[in-house]
Ligand binder design. Sequence first.
Ligand SMILES: [Zn+2]
Length: 733
Amino acid sequence: MDMDRPDLKRSKNSGGFLRRAVQAFLCLALSAATGISTFSAQEIASQSTGQTSPLRYEIWVELDNARKMLRARENIVWQNTTRDAVPDMLFHLYWNAFKNEKSTVLQESRQGSNLRSIQTKEGEWGWIDVVSLKLADGRDLLPTREFVIRDEPIHEEDQTVMRIVFPEPVKPGENVSLRLEFESKVPRTMLRSGYYQDSYFIGQWFPKPGVYQEGKGWNCHEYHLSSEFFADFANFKVHITVPEDFVVGSSGKLTSVSKDEAQNKATYTYEQSRIHDFAWTASPNFIKVERDFIADREVTPKEYEDTARMLGLALEEVKLPNVKMTLLIQKQHKGQVDRHFKALRMAIKYYGLWYGPYPYETATMVDPPYRTDSGGMEYPTLFTAGTSYFPTKDVLSPEGVIIHEFGHGYWYGLTANNEFEEAWLDEGINTYSTGKVMAKAYGPGAMGFVFNGIPLNWFIPFPKNYDYEQNRATAINIVEYDPVITPSWKFYSDASYGLNVYMRAATCLVTLERLLGQETMARVMRTFQMRFRFKHPTSEDFFTVVNEVTGKQMNWFFRELFLDTLNFDYGIASLRSVERQKHVRGVFDFEGKKEEMTEKKIKELEEKESSDKGGKGAKSGDQGKTYITSLTLRRFGEAKVGKEAPLKVLVVFEDGTEESRLWDGQARWIKMDLEKPVKARYAVVDPETVWLIDSNLANNSYSLKAVKRGVWHLAAKLLFGVQNFLQSVSGLM
Ligand SMILES: [Zn+2]
């Protein structure tokens, strides 16, 4: 149990909270009596500043550290930008997932096939209660409240989606202004939100409307164990009140701080436009370090030129802005400050150059408080990394996590796909991008192995690999469970979810890159990012961009690899080189007669031919001989290459010469004969390993000299890591 020790400071805070609560109650009672909204004119004015967005939030939240509670007011202005008259609104109340064992998350967790099972102890539950919900004119909407459960299978008592009904529908173009009050019990960390002792990570904490989709209504899924989030872009202004000695980190930019010395409290105001979520953290144990990303110092003129050329853009379009970087790090990790900043600089640089300039002023990375289990998670302009043990040089941690989570600022943050329904669009694309940035910035790294808390890498020099190799090794054996594009809560298991949407999707994207070439792929990714910034792209949108940029029909690629459970495996079934017989046995018609060619006659003929060439024993024994090399290729898997992307087959002969052929790969097998004056040494299908997603690379090569069989040992080399990697999947979102 993680019970708080009641000390003097906390009891003072608790008293303060009570006094404030009484004041708030009086204020509310007064406003109810007079019909005056609790939303002051000043507050309304502050809402209207900044960039106009169809959705605006202003939230005042106070953390009661002693009771692990949040008390908050929340004003929401939502504009109906569709052509529908909207009668209701659906809200996410995520923390009710941690309320009791009837919640969808807890039910899914108890099914047992999940890696991410949730353990709850007495007193550690979390919940959120909306205690007041009115229109700005005071009309009470709370009586219309109901909890909505739509996703199959139905978990009837889940309370993570709330519906309210408006007195009259919101017409197209109209605004609706809502005034909410809510209180929440902070859970002992579950799914990355919560507390440990007096450290907090506060994510998915406020009532958040779903996304209204024209003609379809509200897209607002329950909180599922294996799913992330979906929300509209909004302007946020959030006032966070915490005990004075707490260090706060948050989405957005800090715009004011006020201290209440008498009550030992401080209020931090953060603002940010055009983000779709808002998270914050508070702990007395953070060290806060700030540094600047100065673009002109980080990127050389040549790098700008090369990038512009690769992407076919003007130089100005690839120029990067400066970014204010903040690190909140645990005291015991302060020796790793430079490692954290270097990784973040590399991420801002390469994501910026390749996918588009980072559009926000701040990037905050959080080394989450000890045992809050909040590491490896993305939120707009803020993310959590995590470094749990003294890192070793060869293992690129925390670098990989920092680069991955910052990268989500692009894939999820800016291209805000529906993470419930198509998680590969953020996780798969971002895992692919992480691999590219890691390779560029650091080269290969060793996988980290931990046994009983001890990093084995201290004692054993594990081989180094690139991300794409590690991803492939873990992604190839899960194909039969689910297609990559599957709603998150409908995957067979948490492992299938993780391996499909992260590793398999990323491996497919590396395959696509090898198929299209680096430059074309770079243009695909850039186009997709820039076209769908501040929008909600779907898989279909990604496919369309691929077709458009390549000028080809690539739908087959996605049909085979993303929308179905087809194993991709081409290989060589046999290879044989046999001398072609010049003289063959049997009866032949010769000058009107039947004549039999016998073995004796053949021998005589051969001896004659040999002596004509200058005698026996000459080294030119093979001269004049012809060998037929017979090759059988097989499609072992169900997945097929596109007809316009035939497989290459390379045959290498004993004299070092090479021959290559193409196979359209549509049939189950094909046999080919090649005639050469020498025997074959070996053959390889897909010699450049374009098809990284091929589940068995060992059968891609076939050597007549047995020793050489199996050019690639990658799978075997990494087998040891698979189990460890499966576990780490659940720790890296
Ligand atoms: Zn991720």
